[in-house]
Design a protein around this ligand. Structure first.
Ligand SMILES: [Zn+2]
Length: 322
């Protein structure tokens, strides 16, 4: 790896925006964040807020913009990476064709790289987290959605128009539940956080759901994946069964990926980190059933390692070079 440089990471999320000044070896020097408030603020105002936080973070570290090698922007896709334009992310419905790279080049006078958040987080886990040492890996978020990033032969795979790695939208179940993307039976509609909550609501019968419902304050509509995970950690059999069902779908999706890409590591985010073996066991069992032994015996399925730092390191990883 080349000697470490200082770069600025910019994370544009649906609920929170953050900047971090960091070295390319992963050391974070300064950070700032604020709520996105996308409903009240136009995209230009959100970007101006980020540029202001960026200048503050640079000053906090006792540096000047000239000390920074570049800016790495991570945000929800779809986006046009070549042009540095955010197209229409589901988590920011008012953002349509927003030229983020041109904005930050102008506002900060620095070169800017833009990447979708799942790809950028895949790079961050590879460089700094659970993917270190691997040359072929797949990263999957398991949160509000199931985003994916693929690294093969030590390179992030983008595809013909930046849509490679949309692993959450492979079809798992013909005529299955409707997905946020409009298709039916996508992996995301069966194993994401909202899907786990829906599985719990749909399965409430014979009073077996009492612990999950109690954690949601007695309101079925308020059940989230976090309630299911918490109840499962307490040993609640109903919650464990829900995680087993979602984990089985997830495992089938991962088996397909292993069968096609032959990765040496599959790294799973949020829910896998919180639930641990409660969901990793059914995932691994389904992979054992649906992927070739020779493919899966070289592939470790592991939880993500960066936790809250992933958001800051995603943009940093765009500037790490071999
Ligand atoms: Zn979908």
């Amino acid at each position: 790896m080349k000697s470490a440089r200082v770069v600025l990471s910019v994370d544009i999320g649906g609920t929170k925006c953050a900047v971090a000044l960091a070295r390319t070896d992963g050391e974070i020097l300064a950070r700032r964040s604020e709520p996105t408030r996308a409903a009240e603020r136009k995209p230009e105002q959100v970007l101006a807020g980020l540029a202001a936080m960026a200048r503050e973070a640079i000053a906090d570290a006792g540096m000047a913009p000239g000390d920074v090698a570049g800016v790495g922007v991570s945000c929800g896709g779809p986006l046009d990476r070549e042009r540095g334009v955010i197209l229409s992310p589901p988590n920011l419905p008012e953002w349509k064709a927003v030229p983020v790279r041109a904005f930050f080049e102008e506002a900060l006078g620095l070169p800017v790289r833009v990447e979708n958040d799942a790809n950028a987080t895949a790079l961050a886990e590879w460089r700094f987290g659970a993917g270190q040492g691997a040359r072929h890996l797949v990263f999957l978020t398991m949160g509000t959605g199931i985003g994916g990033g693929i690294i093969l032969d030590g390179r992030l795979v983008h595809g013909a128009n930046d849509l490679a790695g949309e692993i959450g939208h492979q079809t798992i179940l013909m005529n299955g539940p409707v997905c946020g993307c409009g298709k039916r039976g996508c992996l995301e509609a069966l194993a994401s956080g909202p899907a786990i909550a829906r599985l719990a609501r749909d399965s409430m019968m014979y009073g077996r759901h009492k612990r999950v419902l109690a954690l949601a304050g007695g309101r079925p509509a308020d059940i989230t994946a976090a309630h299911v995970v918490q109840a499962a950690r307490e040993g609640d059999p109903f919650a464990c069964q829900i995680l087993e069902e979602a984990g089985t779908y997830m495992g089938i999706g991962i088996a397909n990926v292993i069968q096609i890409l032959n990765p040496e590591r599959v790294i799973l985010g949020t829910i896998a980190v919180h639930a641990g073996d409660l969901i990793l066991d059914p995932i691994r069992a389904a992979v054992a059933e649906y992927a070739w032994e020779r493919s899966r015996q070289v592939c470790a399925i592991v939880p993500a390692a960066l936790g809250d730092r992933a958001q800051d390191l995603a943009g940093v990883a765009l500037w790490v070079e071999d």
